[in-house]
Design a protein around this ligand. Structure first.
Ligand SMILES: Cc1ncc(COP(=O)(O)O)c(C=O)c1O
Length: 472
């Protein structure tokens, strides 16, 4: 509209009052003239309150306007540093990466979408690329707009391919929030609100092999017991119709849980021995974040299906899974086993191709390892000063710092952390507290410049000091 009417570039947004109601009308020309005033943050917040349905809305209201690299700016020009792209953000190669912008824009201009029954050039290219990048034996890819949708599609494929209906996941797991996936989540607070509870018949969770807070033993070394619990559940607690075990190799949202070495391998062995499919959810851990291309590489895991999301889109909505070809027969591909208007679309593929190119050409997995080592060394120095740091967990630049009331009991410092998110935001640090609100996340883009990286660590130190002070 602006171009057609030869307007000068309009300020970012306009809000005008119509019969006492707020309405956003930045693209309607008469509104531009009606009250041509850029919106203030508080007006946008009122607009958001009136018109937007949120989930997990923060106490501190921020309205972002733009971002670049590892920084974002709100509508008042306040600057924020992104330390959460590896968790609830997708900007692993940085915000608004020029190559992603260029490739997605070019694709948008050339062929933005296709129809259900046919292919497009970038989708074939991206799927072929995934067969090269994913652990050995995986070769066929399904694309969709989100990680949860990809997990759900992978689970359906496993059920269809095996003819079995049961699926096991772990305590502390997070795989998405669809109706079915809520029953595969292992974080009670995310599902307990649901009236009457919810779990797809045949879905269940077993204890995980948490190295720091073993669920089944009082001391470290509990992973063998957790592996036995999985075996017992499969052999004695199921209907012997288990299609798949679904697992994150480091549990992100569930509190950055790292298993003891031995547990993931045992899960793989248990599945193989029984002909059960292993689905690995690498929505957070995949594509270099952990210092290797996949978290699978850290443990020698070769899944039957790998699921990815977030980072691969470089900001564009993205999810995908790649599976062994023998799980996907001709009949399945011709049938409506899973149908989405936005499955296998060229824009997702263009974004994914750009991101994988950036990760490979800039050797971002190696960079994640280098930066991760630096960050862990810095948190270890902090641990000498602040007793609140109970555990510092990697791998790579996928870091969670477990804050505790004391190191002996390892009790989560949930209360002490309660104001820490706002405290961090006051400084301009975008972070997150996972687990039961006590695990500080440090997961900036892998392209973060050194200066921003050090600045974010300085701010993290102040957050840790704040929590430590509250405990004392
Ligand atoms: C491990 C894991 N799996 C799946 C999902 C779901 O992805 P999305 O939010 O794109 O549906 C997430 C999102 O946080 C995740 O962390």
């Amino acid at each position: 509209v602006q171009a057609a009417l030869k307007f000068t570039p309009a300020p970012r947004n306009y809000l005008t009052s119509c019969e006492g109601r707020l309405s956003l009308c930045g693209t309607i020309n008469h509104c531009l003239y009606f009250k041509g005033k850029a919106l203030e943050q508080h007006e946008l917040v009122s607009g958001a309150d009136e018109y937007v349905i949120h989930a997990l809305r923060g106490k501190r209201r921020i309205v972002f306007e733009r971002a670049s690299g590892s920084r974002l700016w709100d509508v008042e020009g306040r600057e924020y540093f992104d330390a959460i792209s590896g968790t609830n953000g997708p900007a692993m190669v940085g915000h608004a990466h020029p190559l992603v912008t260029e490739r997605v824009s070019a694709q948008l201009a050339k062929l933005p979408s296709t129809f259900l029954a046919h292919d497009s050039v970038p989708v074939v290219e991206f799927a072929a690329r995934m067969s090269e990048l994913t652990p050995s034996g995986l070769s066929k890819t399904f694309l969709c707009p989100g990680g949860g949708e990809a997990v759900e599609a992978a689970v359906k494929l496993a059920i269809r391919a095996t003819g079995r209906t049961e699926v096991i996941s772990l305590h502390g797991a997070y795989h998405g929030m669809s109706l079915a996936l809520m029953g595969l989540g292992g974080i009670p607070s995310l599902r307990e609100w649901f009236p009457g509870g919810i779990r797809w018949p045949g879905f269940q969770q077993v204890p995980n092999g948490d190295a720091y807070r073993p669920q089944l033993t009082v001391k470290e070394g509990g992973w063998e017991t957790a592996a036995r619990a999985l075996e017992a559940t499969i052999d004695r607690g199921s209907y012997n119709r288990i299609a798949a075990v679904l697992i994150e190799l480091v549990q992100g949202p569930g509190g950055h849980v790292v298993y003891e070495d031995g547990f993931p391998q045992a899960v793989q062995r248990i599945c193989r021995e029984r002909g059960i499919l292993l689905i690995v959810d690498e929505v957070q851990t995949g594509l270099g974040r952990c210092g290797t291309r996949w978290a699978c590489d850290l443990y020698g895991i070769e899944p039957d299906i790998i699921v990815v999301g977030k980072a691969f889109g470089g900001g564009f909505p993205f999810g995908a899974f790649t599976a062994k070809a023998d799980l996907v027969d001709e009949e399945l591909e011709a049938s409506p086993w899973h149908v989405l208007t936005f499955m296998n679309q060229p824009l997702q593929a263009a974004a994914g191709l750009a991101v994988t190119e950036i990760v490979e050409s800039q050797q971002l997995a190696a960079r994640a390892q280098i930066l991760g080592d630096r960050a862990r060394a810095r948190f270890e120095q902090m641990a000498e000063k602040y007793g609140a740091i109970g555990d510092i967990r990697g791998p790579g630049l996928f870091i969670g710092v477990d804050l505790v009331t004391d190191r002996t009991s390892r009790l989560p410092a949930t209360d002490a952390c309660s104001g820490a998110l706002e405290y961090a935001l006051d400084m301009g640090l975008m972070t997150w507290f996972g687990g039961v609100g006590n695990v500080l996340k440090f997961k900036p883009p892998l392209t973060v410049p050194d200066e921003d990286f050090e600045h974010m660590l300085d701010m993290c130190e102040r957050v840790v000091a704040y929590v430590d002070g509250k405990i004392r």
